[in-house]
Structures are given as structure tokens and as C-alpha cells.
Design a protein around this ligand. Sequence first.
Ligand code: FEO
Length: 135
Amino acid sequence: MALMVWDNGFSVNVKEIDAQHQKLIALINDLHDAMKTGKAKDVLGKVLSDLTDYTVYHFGVEEKLFQTHGYPEAVQHKREHDALTKQVLDIKEKFKEGKAGVTVETMAFLKDWLTNHIKKTDKKYTPFLNGKGVV
Ligand code: FEO
């Protein structure tokens, strides 16, 4: 069973961003599957890298939208992005160096973080961006 399932409760009503969130959820599920089925370290490392890269890319897309449209809560929002980026890079580095594995706790952290961030922080920009014609 997938760790995370996208439903309309995750929608921020911006097509491009919903598609990116779906991809992030798919990558978290890939990592979860790789962990559960005891995939080799290089396979796990590759999925972890893909997740890290896509997370950074996605945050950049949102931040560009904020900048383009003058979103008033951009600074606070970016602070959350920066904190997670630091944490996932740390997970990736520790994994690479063999200092930590991808665990059930790692997966729970990623799932909870992404769910809360999308449903609480990302959703705040929906009225603002929709008002600017971004849908
Ligand atoms: Fe969708 Fe603010 O990350």
C-alpha cells in the first residue's frame, strides 16, 4: 500500500503545482517502497537523490511565482522551504556516508512534513495566486 495518496484535500487549485505535489508524493512512495522491499543501497540512494532534487526544483517554482506576483507571505514560506531542504540534504548526506539509513521514522517525517506544508502553508497562497489569474 502506498504511504501517501493524493486526493483533492491536497489541491492548491493551481494545476502546475498540484502536478508537482503529486510527483513529490509519488517519489516519497517510491522511497518508501524501496525501503520496505530492502532495495540495495545504490537504488535507495538514487531515489533519495531524485526526491531531494525534485523538492528543490518544486520549491524554486513556488518561490518564483511568489516573486513574480508579490506574494506577501513569501519570506515566511521560503523559511519553511529552506528548513526542509536542509533536512533532506542532511538525510541524503548521512545516508551516502553510511551514517544513517532510510527508516520508518524518516518516512513518517517526510510524509507529515509534506502533508502539513501543503495543507497549511501552500494552501494559504491559493486565494492570492488565483486572484492573480494563476490557476
Ligand atoms: Fe509546495 Fe511550499 O511547497
